[in-house]
Design a protein around this ligand. Sequence first.
Ligand SMILES: Nc1ncnc2c1ncn2[C@@H]1O[C@H](COP(=O)(O)OP(=O)(O)O)[C@@H](O)[C@H]1O
Ligand SMILES: [Mg+2]
Length: 239
Amino acid sequence: MAETMLELKNVEAGYGEFRVLHGINLRVDKGEIVALVGPNGAGKTTTLRTILRMTTLYNGEIRFKGKDIRHLPTHKIVEEGVTMVPEGRGIFNPLTVYENLVAGAYTKKAQEKMDDTLEFVFSLFPRLKERRNQIAGTLSGGEAQMLAIARAIMSRPEVLMFDEPSLGLAPKIVLEVFDTVVKLRDEANMTILIVEQHVKNSLEIADRAYVMEMGQIVLEGEGKALLNDERLKKAYLII
Ligand SMILES: Nc1ncnc2c1ncn2[C@@H]1O[C@H](COP(=O)(O)OP(=O)(O)O)[C@@H](O)[C@H]1O
Ligand SMILES: [Mg+2]
């Protein structure tokens, strides 16, 4: 059986007094793509932020490769091997593509491997290599998303989390983003947890998926099986 990379047990979390997650149980095994879908405001972003310890945790367990990471600060969790491509991308607009990539390799381990990782992300995204000296703020939406993904890879994660990577992108670019996610699993040995609005696309590439509503997991299963689930079809109008 594959190693469990991420495990959340009964996680209750939120922002200060405001509780958002009401007992989340979720697992991501090595080599999987796991999708987390659900309506706006369900708590998907909060779940990813909770894993990186950017929220208030009231209760529950969070483990990375069996290790309790509840008491680590965010940068230590990144060092352990969990990184997120945040919603809205979070790249540094005034810096060049290259400077953004270097900024992503901020842990000691990542710095040591930086030349190799740069070569890898440039092979994954040749356009970024062409544009390495361009100011990030002048990239197209698709290129900026590639840069956000590439920057996250620079920290050499074992688990890469995506928060709505296709938001605001043209349909053709959306497909490229999904292709990239599959490539990262198959060719770069990464384990993926992806939050997406494009429910159909994400269930198609996901090994397993969780459906979240109002801070709770209401449905889980294999991605392809969920695609045919009547409740989900109704809720998300999947054709
Ligand atoms: N920084 C924050 N402070 C307070 N409440 C927040 C914050 N971010 C999100 N929320 C609230 O938490 C709930 C879940 O939000 P979120 O996790 O962003 O949902 P999703 O990503 O599924 O759309 C919403 O009610 C939202 O208003
Ligand atoms: Mg969100």
